[in-house]
Design a protein around this ligand. Structure first.
Ligand code: NAD
Length: 502
């Protein structure tokens, strides 16, 4: 962004939410400037004293009440998600359902995962008791994307709250109303709690940047790798820890022994659902030569009947962020220019905010459509000589988020060879719906994990406590009263403990 542009953004005081299907204005929100961000963080800091000192059972009660409130207003929430984000109402409901599952898991498992654990002090320190406490960090800043505007940031919000932190959330500028509604429902469900347990601040990237600079104890970001890198650099100023959930270029391996129809069905859905705007959506497929023709024909057959729109019959909605349409167009054109073939659709599939499914084959592995995140309803399918080639090509990416394998007999074995944060076998995206499984990636896909036990631990820090229960006469190792006799004894004991391995 140039200086002129950034000055222009600074002067804006309101943010307008629009329906991506029609361009109609839905709402206008005040933008939080630096002072407003600091005020929100200060309020969350005050609330952290109360929220952090509640028992796990009390926090669980508040979180589950929030869930019930979301359920009670689900129709209204789905309408809002449909209008502001574009996705069909049924998909909005599925998103809420997944978020509810995660809130329940986090609330119900926080005590088991985070309660104080007694650990062995070891033979030489046997007069000590040793404990690990997992303490909440305090205030967690959450910055979210727009593609799954509830499910995705909730992977941080729900787990951070369950671990005893308060949350300041900056929703994406493309899903501001949705983010605010989520926080409003928390407040409505829990009127007796102080303000500031879960609050939102609205704005563009600048507001997010102000949150990163503020007095927070961790920043949990979900969005593009490019923004993730900026956030990590900015967070370094105060050594604020980061959790980064960034993009992906997920591959599916379809082995020779795969159930071809099931694999084609999953690829067709995983590549195009939510208009392909899914961080762990299917972007690349590597299929065994022996079944490749049949598989491609089946994917094409399924997707021929799949169409975007905004009516109740639409399979998926418009592109939420207008600028992404140009990225999708560039990837399709680049793929075709470099020898790829479109077996379904092509550049003409881009129709205003809607993009019809596009299936590309034989695309050069160095082209943008294979190397960069497309984030549109397109997929590249490459024929390979076998599992080894498929694994090598799937792993040849700067991203490493999700992945899938279709194979009747070797699914688990192939899954273990993939460099990704998660792999589904004989399904796509199965891992994202299992609350106990951590979710996240490496390299350009990010740092750290949401969901599951690691997702709770992300929002705590260990506090180690060593309690001397009694003194052993003459064995005060960390004291000037240590005797020569003690050292002689140690010289005999240490080889017995550590010196007998051949
Ligand atoms: P984005 O990076 O453009 O924006 C994400 C958020 O960061 C927005 O709220 C934005 O306002 C904010 N932001 C922008 N610049 C900032 C800055 N300098 N400092 C602080 N905040 C800043 O991403 P997006 O377009 O909203 O989301 C799409 C991306 O998110 C895709 O790459 C997708 O793969 C990824 N994503 C990842 C996951 C995951 O769990 N790994 C989930 C969903 C989406």
């Amino acid at each position: 962004m140039s200086t002129t542009e950034s000055t222009a953004v600074t002067r804006e005081t309101t943010l307008t939410s629009v329906d991506p299907a029609t361009g109609e204005v839905i709402a206008t929100h005040p933008i939080a400037d630096e002072a407003a961000v600091h005020a929100a963080v200060a309020e969350a800091r005050r609330a952290a004293a109360t929220w952090g000192s509640l028992s796990f059972a009390d926090r669980k009660r508040h979180l589950l009440r929030w869930s019930s409130r979301i359920v009670a207003r689900a129709d209204e929430f789905c309408d809002l998600i449909h209008t502001e984000n574009g996705k069909p109402r049924d998909d909005a409901f599925l998103e809420l359902m997944l978020a509810l599952e995660h809130i329940k898991w986090a609330a119900s498992n926080a005590e088991k995962v985070l309660k104080t654990k007694k650990v062995s002090p070891g033979a030489l320190m046997s007069n000590f008791a040793a404990y690990i406490e997992q303490r909440p960090l305090g205030v967690v800043g959450v910055i979210g994307p727009w593609n799954y505007p509830v499910y995705t940031p909730n992977g941080s919000i729900g787990y951070a709250l369950a671990a005893g932190n308060t949350v300041v959330f900056k929703p994406s500028e493309y899903s501001t109303g949705i983010g605010n509604f989520l926080a409003q429902l928390f407040a409505e469900a829990n009127p007796e709690l102080p303000d500031g347990v879960f609050v939102t601040i609205n704005g563009y990237g600048e507001t997010g940047a102000a949150l990163v600079r503020a007095d927070i104890d961790k920043i949990a970001f979900t969005g593009s790798a490019a923004t993730g890198k900026k956030i990590m650099a900015a967070a370094a100023e105060r050594l604020t820890p980061v959790l980064l959930e960034c993009g992906g270029k997920d591959a599916v391996i379809v082995a020779a022994d795969a159930d071809i129809k099931a694999a084609a069905d999953a690829v067709a859905y995983g590549a195009t659902m939510n208009s392909g705007q899914t961080c762990a959506g299917v972007e690349r497929v590597y299929v065994d030569r022996s079944i490749s023709d049949e598989f491609v024909a089946e994917v094409k057959r399924i997707l021929t009947d799949i169409h975007p729109g905004s009516d109740d019959k639409a399979s998926y909605g418009p592109m939420t962020m207008p600028s992404q349409i140009d990225v999708v167009r560039r990837h399709i054109e680049d793929a075709l220019k470099n020898g790829g073939k479109a077996v379904l659709g092509g550049p003409e599939s881009i129709k205003g905010p809607y993009i019809e499914p596009v299936v590309l084959v034989d695309v050069d592995e160095n082209s943008a459509a294979v190397r960069e995140e497309t984030f549109g309803p397109t997929v590249t399918i490459r024929t390979v000589s076998g599992v080894d080639e498929a694994v090598e090509l799937a792993n040849d990416s700067t991203f490493g988020l999700g992945s899938s394998v279709y194979s009747r007999k070797q699914g688990l074995e192939i899954a273990r060879r993939l460099k990704a944060g998660a792999t589904s076998v004989n399904s796509v995206l199965g891992f994202a719906a299992i609350s106990a499984l951590p979710f996240g990636g490496h390299r350009d896909s990010g740092i750290g994990r949401i969901h599951g036990a690691p997702g709770l631990l992300e929002f705590t820090e260990p506090h180690s406590i060593a309690v001397q229960r009694f003194a052993i006469p003459g064995m005060a190792l960390m004291s000037y009263t240590r005797t020569e006799r003690t050292m002689k004894l140690l010289r005999r004991v240490v080889p017995l403990l550590h010196g007998r391995h051949k």
